[in-house]
Design a binder for this molecule. Structure first.
Ligand code: NDP
Length: 397
């Protein structure tokens, strides 16, 4: 069977130098590269060498570093290439404003929210890797994409799986969505063992090759916590319809359960290029050079219930979903702050969840998320409170 080639399209990749960004460019190149696609903007932060190389090779219109102090380095690296250069927050806004009709949102963390909203407002299709957009801004983000007129296509492998399994014409029969989780490198660890782990061990994921933040989030299961909130908004389901099951092989990417007892699953090798390719060519399927599953070699698929005592992040996600309002934005900002403190070795691995819980409890009266400005205010407040708790923790440690 020959699959149709996608039409040439204008693309922008926010976060092109990261793990998702690099995989996105690989998919773009597999599907015809510069002959099939026009590259609007590529953005990065500290990895100027890679950003410049990507921009030259792909013939991008604009290359942006989020780090203003790197502006001249990027400009020098792209001298004579014809690629425009910008930096800082305004540069990211410029990148998001270019008229690309498909934007990969792959900046890590809440830093991705502003530019992704800008791209959404002008009607671009948003391929969403940056789950923090949905965790922080929730329904406001979904509404911003709808108001702009573009489509919101998930890239997270779990959400891409659900997107592929969820038949909207069967919506009344939808009972539950089941997010799979690998369990990360500490799946079988006791809390005593987890107490002493370092960032170097926490970042070694058993199946996926990913950026630092998401790798450590997989170890603590905070990544799954963020994904639960992401799923609620993407698929408009109630918190009690979202289940998590640990599946150490990362072959079943997620599942949808219907009222007749059927469960539809999406399977594949753990390779983000499949989800990225689907987001790029949706509703078609691209022909990709990725590993195929060999069912004769797959000896088993295991599933087990998550342990919320060893991995409190899942319980905190349920608390955020139950409390509603700005609690998920607060959870997200507190987790980002705690993650930074962990990689700087200021706190231990288990302290991350304790700190997030304290911040959520302290800001329990945060109210509803009425506007994006309120989301940013709650985010800043949560970071400040988390910072205070971390500083107090360091004094007593
Ligand atoms: P990486 O850390 O590998 O890459 C992050 C990207 O964001 C890089 O381009 C980086 O630039 C840029 N960046 C870092 N800080 C800033 C900032 N302050 N402002 C603007 N840009 C910044 O992350 P991943 O690719 O792993 O993840 C990106 C997003 O996708 C995350 O939200 C993650 O949860 C999500 N995701 C990732 C998956 C994966 O397999 N990696 C799977 C599913 C979702 P530079 O490299 O130049 O510093």
């Amino acid at each position: 069977m020959t699959l149709e080639k996608p039409q040439p399209r204008r693309l922008t990749i926010l976060g092109s130098t990261g793990s998702i960004g690099v995989n996105t460019l690989d998919v773009v190149n597999q599907l015809g590269g510069r002959e099939a696609f026009e590259i609007g903007a590529l953005t990065g932060n500290g990895n100027i060498e890679l950003l410049a190389e990507q921009a030259r090779t792909m013939g991008a219109k604009l290359a942006v570093t989020a780090d203003e102090s790197q502006y001249m380095t990027l400009k020098d690296a792209l001298a004579g290439s014809g690629v425009d250069v910008a930096a800082g927050r305004s540069g990211l806004e410029e990148a998001a404003s270019l008229d690309a009709d498909w934007v990969m949102a792959a900046i890590v963390g809440t830093a991705g929210l502003g530019p992704t909203l800008t791209a959404a407002a002008r009607g671009a299709d948003i391929a969403l890797a940056n789950k923090e957009c949905l965790v922080s801004a929730g329904q406001l983000f979904v509404e911003a994409v709808k108001a702009g007129g573009g489509r919101l296509i998930p890239v997270d492998s779990e959400h891409s799986a659900i997107f592929q399994c969820l038949d909207n014409s069967q919506r009344p029969a939808l009972e539950r969505i089941i997010l799979t989780a690998s369990g990360g490198p500490f799946r079988t660890f006791t809390r005593e063992q987890m107490a002493g782990v370092t960032a170097a061990t926490a970042r070694t994921h058993p199946n996926w090759s990913m950026g630092l933040k998401i790798s450590i989030g997989s170890a603590s299961m905070f990544n799954k916590a963020l994904e639960m909130v992401e799923a609620k908004h993407l698929f408009e389901v109630a918190p009690e319809q979202i289940e998590v099951v640990v599946h150490p092989q990362s072959i079943v990417h997620s599942m949808v359960g219907y009222s007749d007892g059927s469960v539809i699953a999406q399977l594949g090798a753990p390779d983000m290029r499949t989800a990225i390719g689907y987001a790029l060519t949706y509703p078609k399927r691209p022909a990709l050079n990725v590993d195929r599953l060999d069912f004769n070699k797959l000896s088993r698929l295991d599933f087990e219930a998550p342990d919320e005592t060893r991995f409190p992040a899942l319980r905190l996600a349920r608390t955020a979903l139950t409390r509603g309002g700005l609690q998920a934005a607060i959870m997200n900002a507190a987790e980002e702050t705690a993650f930074n403190a962990f990689i700087e070795e200021r706190i231990g691995f288990l302290d991350m969840a304790d700190i997030v819980e304290k911040v959520m409890d302290r800001l329990i009266d945060c109210g509803a998320a009425g506007t994006i400005a309120e989301v940013f205010t709650a985010d800043a407040e949560a970071r400040q409170v988390a910072g205070e708790i971390i500083a107090a923790h360091e004094k007593t440690a």
